[in-house]
Design a protein around this ligand. Structure first.
Ligand SMILES: *Cc1c(COP(=O)(O)O)cnc(C)c1O
Length: 225
């Protein structure tokens, strides 16, 4: 089951990539395991899920203590400042940097461990109440500010589209994030590389890829709900 889910997901990713005129290998799949038990996560890894996404630090540490570096760990959920030290032990890429105090804390802790932490800036593309992320019009200024922190490497952007009844309705939100991504790429900001555009989940990843995503975060289409 799990294996079939992963295989058919890869096929859908590949088809979306080719519709968008891109190579399948350009799209990185982050398998979101927040609702999966360790055994299932290990199975998924054995079927080729090399990138694991978690949204809570405590659960991630538990899984990491068993699985370790057999996978690359992605933090996709909101990060509180008092959890930064723990987060840095586990995660290769933090997708959810959305404030300067948080960035400062990451920089400080990264310095202590001699690490340069890869991060993505989360942009609030949906504009819905209660959502995290930097407002789209403030994203460029925020990235400029973050670029002065030497122990952080900005590797791209992350966004979450609003919940919609049909995936097509998410398209304009993804397109708007791609425009910000392209604009930032053209500015050649120090410490900054627009390498990953993390957008697209189980419901909407095909549209996200068509609009320029190269990193999708997928949970329920692999593990079920
Ligand atoms: C849970 C989650 C996902 C995966 O969602 P699915 O709909 O299960 O694919 C992706 N991104 C974030 C930020 C999440 O919290």
């Amino acid at each position: 089951m799990l294996k079939d889910n992963i295989i058919s997901l890869r096929e859908r990713i590949d088809r979306a990539a080719s519709r968008a005129g891109r190579k399948p290998g350009e799209i990185r799949l982050v398998c979101v395991t927040k609702e999966a038990e360790i055994k299932r996560v290990e199975e998924a890894i054995s079927f080729g899920c090399g990138d694991i996404g978690e949204n809570r630090i405590r659960e991630a540490i538990e899984k990491y203590n068993t699985i370790g570096t057999k996978a690359i760990w992605h933090l996709i959920g909101h990060l509180q400042r008092n959890k930064v030290r723990d987060a840095l032990k586990v995660f290769s890429l933090i997708h959810s940097v959305d404030s300067e105090p948080l960035a400062r804390e990451i920089d400080k802790e990264a310095l202590k461990t001699g690490k340069v932490q890869d991060i993505l800036v989360e942009v609030d593309i949906s504009g819905e109440a209660g959502k995290y992320g930097i407002a789209p019009q403030e994203a460029a200024g925020f990235v400029e500010k973050l670029s002065s922190y030497p122990n952080i490497h900005i590797a791209g952007l992350m966004g979450i589209a609003p919940m919609v009844d049909v995936p097509e309705k998410a398209r304009p939100y993804f397109a708007s994030l791609k425009r910000i991504f392209d604009d930032l790429a053209s500015r050649n900001i120090k410490n900054t590389e627009m390498k990953y555009l993390s957008m697209g989940m189980s419901q909407d990843f095909e549209v996200a890829i068509e609009e320029g995503s190269n990193m999708v975060r997928i949970g329920s289409a692999i593990f079920g709900r």
